[in-house]
Design a binder for this molecule. Structure first.
Ligand SMILES: CC(C)(COP(=O)(O)OP(=O)(O)OC[C@H]1O[C@@H](n2cnc3c(N)ncnc32)[C@H](O)[C@@H]1OP(=O)(O)O)[C@@H](O)C(=O)NCCC(=O)NCCS
Length: 148
């Protein structure tokens, strides 16, 4: 795979919003179209597309909000969606590494993520790539943090 992180463009938008889950499908992450709408109204949002060559294989949205009163919302992974046929091939790890690299460029040394607890959620993935639960639960979700 030749993974790259690119900005959202008029050209890749269509493929990005076709990543799972579809609108209305039960899932533990929001549909990409919802995240992009949030990015339109949230200055903290940093949406990016993961491509393999010229194929869209993932979407990640970070949040950079250093003044947020809640520490878990100051810097981290807000959304992550990987194409069904690209899961388990390192796309998610790559996307989080790119968020970590952007954090370092911004002088930030810790990133967070929130995940829904449960066997079928992404907890195993986030722990595997280095996030550790902080012990906090926010809005019913587990807060994980990682030094970068
Ligand atoms: C969860 C998700 C983002 C992971 O991305 P991915 O590209 O499939 O994961 P990667 O291939 O980068 O996996 C990295 C490592 O985590 C491991 N891993 C992935 N999913 C895992 C899981 N559910 N439990 C335990 N380990 C997991 C992989 O085996 C791999 O380990 P390795 O380094 O030893 O090979 C992706 O599968 C996905 O989009 N799922 C549906 C939506 C979702 O749950 N999004 C996150 C909600 S915030």
């Amino acid at each position: 795979m030749a993974l790259r992180l690119v900005e959202l463009t008029a050209e890749n938008l269509g493929a990005a919003v076709r990543l799972p889950p579809a609108v209305g499908e039960p899932a533990n992450v929001a549909p990409v179209v919802h995240s992009i709408a949030e990015a339109y109204v949230s200055p903290a949002a940093w949406p990016r597309v993961v491509v393999d060559g010229d194929e869209v294989v993932g979407f990640v949205m970070a949040s950079w909000d250093p003044a947020n009163e809640i520490a878990a919302f100051r810097a981290g992974v807000w959304r992550l969606n990987v194409a069904a046929d690209a899961q388990g091939k390192g796309v998610g790890r790559f996307a989080v590494e790119q968020v970590a690299a952007e954090a370092r460029r911004r002088g930030i040394d810790r990133i967070t993520v929130l995940w829904e607890p449960g066997e079928d959620g992404p907890e195993g993935f986030y722990r595997r790539i280095g996030f550790e639960p902080t012990g906090e639960i926010l809005f019913g979700e587990v807060v994980g943090a990682m030094a970068v």
